[in-house]
Design a protein around this ligand. Structure first.
Ligand code: FES
Length: 118
């Protein structure tokens, strides 16, 4: 079954996102804390908390190949897939991001029960 997303506006433009010097930002979307990353002209969105032990990923950094590195134990995750590229077996939740004429939007999967009703 195709995933159904509900789209939430992140910001009108990149200038409206308060990135730290590390290229990362902590952001609220629909009651969830999100980590926004900007790498090679692309905006990415992941969970704020590291799946290993809850490190705040917005305090980490992005390495030269586009992985986000957790500040606590330095596990690395692909910004595109969330795959734990250093091999510890964790997955970081990622969210699709779309650039539209009126801004940047983040997609959240609609909960399973609602999908069945449609
Ligand atoms: S909490 Fe992120 S690597 Fe341990």
């Amino acid at each position: 079954m195709d995933k159904k997303y509900k789209w939430y506006k992140i910001a009108d433009s990149l200038e409206d996102i308060l990135f730290s010097d590390n290229g990362l930002a902590e952001w609220d979307i629909n009651g969830k804390r999100i980590c926004l990353s900007f790498f090679k002209e692309q905006l990415y969105a992941t969970s704020l908390k590291c799946p290993h032990a809850g490190g705040n990923l917005s305090h980490g950094y992005i390495d030269e190949t586009g992985n986000i590195v957790c500040p606590l134990h330095r596990f690395k995750f692909s910004l595109q897939t969330g795959k734990n590229v250093t091999g510890e077996g964790y997955y970081l939740k990622t969210y699709p991001v779309e650039k539209r004429a009126n801004g940047y939007f983040l997609g959240m999967e609609e909960s399973g029960i609602l999908n069945w009703l449609k």
